[in-house]
Design a protein around this ligand. Structure first.
Ligand SMILES: [Fe+2]
Length: 200
């Protein structure tokens, strides 16, 4: 049984970039619903499968009974992606280390060049999905609640939820404004920690 992780910051602490209303709804309602649905789908699954840590579950979706595979993919993915998303944000954001800035600059010219490339990919996601920065510093996108780990790729180190539920209350249909604001709350220390963890 998966459980809703507690946030390490308050619902109102990402303001003014992400409102308390969005954070509360996104965490308590949307994220909780993914968890409820994946737990319900797994009730009938073999215990060897349903007791897996969420990351392992998503890496082994092909072992899921076929009748629950898609619902586990969608809702297990929703649980994993949102848990990840809360962790790579922090009130007020923080600065990129010189070292990590140099790495991003090596691939994208400058940190701003990286942000622009990432923002463009995130803006271009058709419908609901995510944009990810991978440990090799490439940018990928996934539809729905898919995650690169479902395809045998390593875990991303940064990710952005571009479902409308993530921004509609604050930014209506203007996804680029949400993305611009979101950069202000990115926890670069955590992103770099995930990058280093992948190297180890
Ligand atoms: Fe979301």
């Amino acid at each position: 049984m998966y459980k809703l992780p507690e946030l390490s910051y308050g619902y109102d602490s990402l303001q003014p970039y992400i409102s308390r209303e969005i954070m509360e709804l996104h965490h308590k309602k949307h994220h909780q619903t993914y968890i409820d649905k994946v737990n319900a789908a797994l009730e009938s699954a073999p215990s060897s499968f349903k007791d897996l840590p969420i990351e392992d579950l998503l890496k082994r979706l092909d072992e899921a009974p076929e009748e629950i595979r898609q619902v586990v993919r969608n809702n297990g993915g929703g649980h994993y992606n949102h848990s990840f998303f809360w962790d790579i944000m922090t009130p007020g954001g923080n600065t990129i280390s010189d070292n990590f800035a140099k790495l991003l600059g090596g691939k994208y010219g400058t940190v701003d060049g990286f942000k622009e490339a990432f923002s463009n990919r995130a803006t271009a996601v058709f419908g609901s999905g995510w944009a990810w920065l991978m440990p090799d510093l490439s940018i990928v996108t996934t539809p729905n609640q898919d995650n690169p780990i479902m395809d045998g790729e390593p875990a991303p180190i940064l990710g952005l939820d571009v479902w409308e539920h993530a921004y509609y209350l604050d930014y209506k249909n203007v996804r680029p404004d949400y993305i611009t604001a979101w950069w202000k709350v990115v926890d670069w220390t955590e992103v770099e920690r995930r990058y280093r963890t992948h190297l180890d």
